[in-house]
Design a protein around this ligand. Structure first.
Ligand SMILES: Cc1ncc(COP(=O)(O)O)c(C=O)c1O
Length: 375
């Protein structure tokens, strides 16, 4: 059997990784400023994370959600205090798309309505409702196009008000910083208007924090830069540092009932321990403050590069905008200078998503290599 050929692959085969360095099968080290799509939050193979997972595997790796799993409660408590979201309840699943799928479904159950407001250039995953709320017709099959979604421009308050007041909307889904799209953000004024209009119209506000959450933006959640309170917060990516785990934080005003949501694998013992280990390392190593500090340092270094038109994003969720398409630069960075970076839907933006425990020396090294690649 062959693999279903859906990924255009770089010719690199990682076989081990530690911290911010990924090593391939030819013993070549790569500087990882992309974290495998923003997944590596505390660095590859962090010793505390590895020990926690190995110890758990020696005990029990999985049992279903039909029996007690105290690790889920421990995780909910820890996530509540770490994020400042104690007045939410946690539902665990396995990926970002699944988190958004459950968030949208909850909003539809709660309001008994079905239209979603989403934003141009937004990305929310590849499953049914999540992909329908994603602004990319190429990945929406006819089946997905049955969903009712209105795509609006970010920061266009006028059209937003008209759309939400039509009275048929169950949810607004919004990234605090657009990841795949290219690092555009709602202004604080717009995010607050959205939150207020959602409240006034009985619509649930879903903060998609799959990429911007878990400290990456320099606060625990990206929406916390804007002083708003969403109804549902979706998380994944950095949450498990590579272990597949996702979840939604559901405001306590929204009530649960048996059977409303469910999953076989979600919240299994290994996923809980992976996430607990991430939160423990984030706290011990002060990684949210580090993301903010190193993000500022990165922006300062980027301002010295003449070819960089603009730095977008916050913390360690950043994009460097050039006046040329970056695909060739990314290839050059990987194959000639051994640096991983990311692309975006906006072809002029180079995405930077390193682990949150990088140092100023790592940033200096990155810019030395970028300068050489730009010659
Ligand atoms: C903001 C956002 N939401 C959802 C997703 C989907 O996550 P997953 O690939 O884990 O399904 C992504 C993935 O890039 C994302 O960036």
């Amino acid at each position: 059997m062959n693999l279903f050929d859906v990924y255009p692959l770089y010719d690199v085969t990682p076989v081990s990784a530690r911290g911010i360095v990924v090593t391939d099968d030819k013993d070549q080290d790569f500087l990882d400023f992309y974290g495998g799509h923003a997944v590596i939050s505390i660095g590859h193979s962090h010793p505390h994370y590895v020990k926690r997972l190995k110890d758990q595997l020696d005990r029990i790796g999985f049992y279903s959600n039909a029996v007690q799993n105290p690790l889920q409660k421990e995780l909910a408590t820890k996530l509540g205090t770490s994020s400042g979201c104690e007045n939410y309840n946690l539902f665990l699943c396995n990926s970002g798309a699944e988190a958004n799928e459950n968030a949208l479904k909850m909003a539809s159950f709660h309001t008994a309505k079905k239209k979603v407001i989403a934003f141009k250039n937004g990305f929310h995953g590849r499953t049914s409702a999540a992909v329908a709320a994603t602004d990319n017709p190429q990945i929406n099959a006819p089946l997905n196009q049955q969903q009712e979604v209105a795509f609006l421009s970010l920061n266009d308050s006028e059209h937003f008000k008209v759309e939400i007041e039509k009275g048929d909307v169950c949810a607004v889904i919004l990234e605090a910083i657009q990841g795949v799209g290219g690092l555009d953000e709602p202004t604080t004024k717009f995010y607050q208007e959205v939150a207020n209009l959602c409240k006034q119209n009985g619509v649930l506000l879903i903060a998609d924090e799959v990429q911007s959450g878990f400290g990456r933006s320099g606060k625990f959640f990206g929406f916390q830069h804007h002083d708003i309170q969403p109804d549902i917060i979706s998380v994944a990516k950095g949450m498990g540092n590579g272990f597949p785990v996702g979840g939604i934080l559901i405001h306590e005003d929204i009530k649960a009932s048996y059977g409303l949501l469910g999953t076989t694998f979600g919240g299994n013992h290994l996923a809980c321990v992976a996430t607990l280990a991430v939160l423990e390392v984030m706290e011990k190593e002060n990684l949210i403050a580090n993301a903010q500090h190193l993000g500022d340092y990165f922006q300062h270094k980027a301002s010295e590069i003449p070819q960089v038109l603009k730095v977008k994003g916050r913390g360690l969720m950043l994009g460097l905008e050039f006046n040329f398409e970056v695909a060739e630069l990314r290839k050059k960075l990987i194959h000639d200078h051994f640096v991983f970076t990311g692309g975006a839907k906006d072809k002029y933006v180079l995405r930077i998503l390193p682990a949150l425990n990088i140092t100023t020396e790592d940033v200096d090294q990155f810019f030395e290599l970028l300068k050489r690649a730009l010659i």
